[in-house]
Design a protein. Structure first.
Lengths: 166, 551
């Protein structure tokens, strides 16, 4: 009887699964690589869906419940596909004191969605952060990875409308 | 690597710098990068190439005064330029051979720089964080080599104890005592963990240290590992800090290349290696037992202590967990001696503390001051006071676990004990200044919302208590609360702080308690008159809200 456990088959022949497998291999398929692997899945695919969580769980021999628990516990993991663009509003204390609530209200009104949601046309996702550490530029907004400091509601609206017309 | 080789490396690096003494240093830490300092560096590079000026352009770490970025320094002379744009490049490059560009000059003589004492930040803004030779040129890894070859682990623990260094993560536990406990614990493996999960909103000290001088943290960790007998280390960094992760990765690779990490470090029998673990955006993971669970690949939920991680931590093995800033202090202490360090600061709090000064204050940025400086000096001299002619109201320290310090305590000397006495904590070092446009009930509600959504849900007092407190505070901001609600809030504060499992829940009521203590009249105004004097809360926009009586 062989003691080697069979590795699960890749969910699809998408090349990105090789990157995911690479992360697990680098950690010797040990169970504590769960979070690292989920990070890689999210970086590669943009979000975690059930087949990918199941695949990672089986590969690392952790119960699917634990993998799902981890995926839902950490704020950074998302189970929904993100929009084409992402607008992140920092709600750290410095930003909050300097007017982040007004920015959030403007973004919600302009996009018609709440934080954590994506517009129905899958164009823009709106998210908030606890603190991005750019307190010297408060209030800060991140548009697709680019931080805008000293933001005000009108420039925020312009930016969001620019995405929509593009 | 032996002492002679290290000295040779340092000499080589210094000689290279002397060969072309003129250099332009561009801040490439997060604050200035956001203001496009990378483009400024590109423009300076191009200009130097075009004119053939014999001057180096280097990317360095944070220079502190983030609100005036992008910052550039010009050597020799150490002129500091503020708000530099790409179009300023020709003038700045030309000025390296003449007098500085007065239009962009930022005085080093101002209190912001004069009142600081730099230990942790001594290399920040002066060396290229991505080059190990620059760290070695400023005596980097000297302490490590000296300790590995001349001191026993016990002597190192004694030296750290003697220095009086206390944990910079917030609680202020004596570092030497912690190291001693781990050193004495018995286990097949021991681990050293660096807590870089800087979750407090308004705090960016650890981020700056990691981005500006990563080798310093590594050296501190290696020394700690030698002192406690560990051979594996982890740095747990927030995923929100991609640049810090990148620079740490480079630093670890470079340190391995020169044999400061890996098997038989510096030709001794001691082996140690470090791995980076990236967090998942959970505030509770800053709590040490939750952090351990997260490194093990589990949900970041805390567990009861004892046993403390020093006895049974990562994989039930003795584990030393210290904050970034604590580790960053270690090389300086072991290089310059415990007595030198103990001479700085107050009787019970030694050394310096790095603060991230932000909010309604003129000079926003990163500062390092000796323990015992007054809050007034920090905010009004270093920080330059409150802008726009507004009035100072309070300063928030310690994030969601801390409190608000009102005006009457401006002359308080900052150290672990005195901050605790007035209802706040040292915390990791965020200092957010608030002026009279801030409403204290609103601020308390903001922090309670934070704790409510960051509660991991394991213990009921924290999970349910924070939600109930948030609900009560929301009622107050809406002008629908009664005096009975205020009583209930106070009862809940007491219950949650005394019965929660971990530090998050135990300290969650602090922002409410401190604002209630110093700004009770504001709470009463919200309840009795449905009025918010700062005009922030919803109740102030509907002054005619009908009085709702629930009794």
């Amino acid at each position: 009887m062989s003691l080697t456990l069979k590795k699960p088959a890749l969910p699809s022949d998408d090349k990105r699964w090789r990157i995911v497998n690479g992360t697990m291999r680098r950690h010797g398929f040990s169970r504590d690589a769960l979070i690292e692997t989920l990070h890689t899945v999210q970086e590669s695919f943009g979000f975690l869906d059930k087949p990918s969580i199941r695949f990672v769980a089986e590969s690392l021999r952790v119960p699917p419940s634990q993998a799902y628990g981890v995926a839902t516990f950490y704020h950074l993991f998302t189970l929904k596909p993100p929009g084409k663009h992402c607008c992140l509003i920092c709600l750290g204390t410095a930003c909050y004191i300097k007017g982040a609530p007004a920015l959030l209200a403007a973004a919600e009104e302009s996009l018609g969605i709440r934080p954590g949601e994506t517009t129905p046309d899958a164009n823009t996702s709106l998210t908030t952060a606890r603190c991005i550490g750019s307190c010297s530029l408060a209030p800060a907004v991140v548009f697709d990875g680019e931080t805008l400091g000293n933001a005000d509601p009108s420039t925020l609206r312009q930016h969001l409308e620019g995405w929509h017309s593009a | 690597m032996n002492t002679e080789e290290l000295e040779q490396l340092a000499k080589d690096a210094q000689a290279a710098q002397h060969q072309s003494p003129r250099s332009l240093n561009v801040c490439l830490a997060a604050g200035c990068l956001t203001l496009h300092s990378e483009a400024v560096k590109g423009a300076l590079d191009a200009e130097v190439k075009r004119t053939g000026a014999g001057c180096r352009v280097r990317g360095v770490g944070c220079m502190g005064l983030c609100s005036l970025g992008p910052l550039v320094t010009s050597e020799p002379g150490d002129s500091l330029y503020k708000k530099v744009g790409s179009t300023d490049a020709p003038e700045i490059v030309a000025a390296t051979e003449a007098s500085p560009v007065s239009r962009l000059l930022c005085s080093r003589e101002q209190p912001f720089f004069q009142h600081q004492v730099n230990i942790v930040l001594e290399n920040s803004g002066r060396i290229d964080p991505e080059r190990i030779d620059e760290y070695i040129a400023v005596s980097g890894y000297q302490a490590l080599l000296h300790c590995l070859t001349e001191l026993t682990p016990t002597q190192i623990v004694q030296e750290i104890s003697k220095s009086g260094l206390r944990g910079r993560g917030g609680a202020g536990y004596p570092t030497g005592l912690k190291w001693g406990t781990v050193a004495k614990s018995i286990g097949a493996n021991k681990y050293v963990v660096c807590n870089a999960d800087e979750g407090d909103p308004g705090a960016f000290m650890d981020r700056s240290v990691l981005e500006s001088d990563p080798h310093r943290v590594l050296e501190g960790m290696i020394l700690a590992a030698y002192a406690v007998g560990a051979n594996r280390g982890y740095i747990y960094v927030r995923a929100e800090y991609p640049l810090a992760v990148k620079r740490l990765t480079t630093a670890i690779r470079e340190a391995r290349r020169l044999g400061f990490l890996g098997i038989q470090i510096c030709n001794t029998q001691f082996s140690f290696d470090i791995e980076i673990r990236i967090g998942g955006g959970a505030f509770v993971c800053g709590e040490e037992t939750a952090l351990i669970a997260s490194i093990e690949g589990k949900r970041g939920t805390p567990r009861p202590r004892p046993p403390y991680p020093a006895q049974a931590g990562l994989w039930e093995m003795p584990t030393l967990i210290n904050n970034v800033e604590t580790f960053a202090n270690v090389p300086a202490i072991l290089r310059r001696g415990a007595d030198w360090f103990a001479a700085i600061g107050t009787a019970k709090s030694k050394g310096t503390k790095v603060f991230a000064l932000s909010g309604k204050v003129r000079n926003v940025g990163l500062i390092e001051v000796p323990m015992g400086m007054t809050v007034r000096q920090i905010i009004f001299e270093i920080g330059g006071g409150v802008p726009e002619g507004r009035k100072f109201k309070a300063v928030q320290t310690g994030g969601p676990s801390g409190g608000c310090i009102p005006e009457q305590f401006l002359d308080l000397r900052v150290d672990y004990e005195s901050l605790k006495e007035v209802g706040s904590i040292m915390g990791s070092g965020g200092m957010i200044v608030m002026d009279d446009s801030a409403c204290m009930v609103n601020v308390a509600q903001y922090f309670m919302e934070f704790c409510m959504s960051e509660s991991c849900g394991k213990c009921i007092p924290c999970r349910a208590g924070t939600a109930q407190m948030f609900e009560l505070l929301t009622r107050m901001t809406k002008g629908t609360a009664t005096l009975r609600d205020l009583e209930l809030l106070e009862e809940l504060c007491d219950m949650v702080s005394n019965t929660s499992l971990c530090g998050l829940g135990q300290s969650a009521p602090n922002p409410v308690l401190s604002t209630l203590h110093y700004f009770r009249d504001e709470y009463l105004e919200h309840i009795e008159q449905k009025r918010c004097r700062a005009g922030v809360c919803p109740c102030s926009t509907t002054p005619s809200a009908p009085q709702k009586v629930s009794q």
